[in-house]
Design a protein around this ligand. Sequence first.
Ligand code: DGY
Length: 328
Amino acid sequence: MSERADVLVTRPIMEAPTAVLRERCDVTIHQNEFGIPREELLEVIGGRDAIITMLTERVDAEFLEAAGPQLKVVANHAVGFDNIDVAACSAAGVLATNTPDVLTETTADTAFALLMAAARRVGEGERFLRSKTPWIWGPLMMLGQDVHHKTIGIVGFGRIGQAVARRARGFGMRVIYADAVQLPPEVAAETGAERRELAELLAESDFISIHTNLTPETRHLFDAEAFRAMKSTAVLVNTSRGPVVDESALAEALENDEIFAAGLDVFEREPDVEARLLNLENVVVIPHLGSATVDTRNAMGELAVDNVFAALLGTRPPTLLNPDAFGG
Ligand code: DGY
């Protein structure tokens, strides 16, 4: 990095990692509350050496061409990278990176918060009190579902899924999981998790927490048929990616009490949310806050900056997605 590299950050990130980046690079932070419209994005990325992207920007062949041949790295400020065409990055000789690990525990906390809130009708209770409706304690008032000692089915048992399992164990829950990969014995022992086929997991679980990547195979993995297979007392939690759930089928299942409740951090057509869901009491919705804590956003920013520095120096970025673009 003898000359100062030209780095674009597509949205403001935390101050500390921004300051570190500025020490060694010329940094442009794009200011736009609602993200960058695609045409503007394609203009502002031209000539940059490195770009820190958010999950809201699509990085594809068009993006890479607009950026130009000097681009060395696209550092996604997210663990999920379904917004990045990694093969196109490799074809263009551009390194692609993400921010795994640093947000695992925080995202698992969010999943558990949604699980508890949906099971115990926290959002509904809050809305009720704020409506100033007269009330008095009653033995049949707003009954929810117990969490402790129930069965949780975790779909996608990677880092975040396993972190949710550890929390569930603290609640005395039985943990089952569905994943293409069989757990190493030490993880199975730590989490006490047993593997199931997805169909078995749907039928057996009191709670289902989704932690899969979004791929063509997992798009609408949770559809009308999946909801019919679940218990009528079941609670669904999604902190992965919205399109894994068919939102209109979910609204239907919740309207018809096919399942008890849902807790959602992510949405199929983000930032839009299926209007029917917003009219239902048995849904808890938050605006993609999975990793949104001060510490974790600092850590994500730091990791993205480390990835940029490594790529600019010609060394291997710590969390590289396309080793083939680095020479294997
Ligand atoms: C991610 O990192 O993929 C989350 O969805 C946002 O923090």
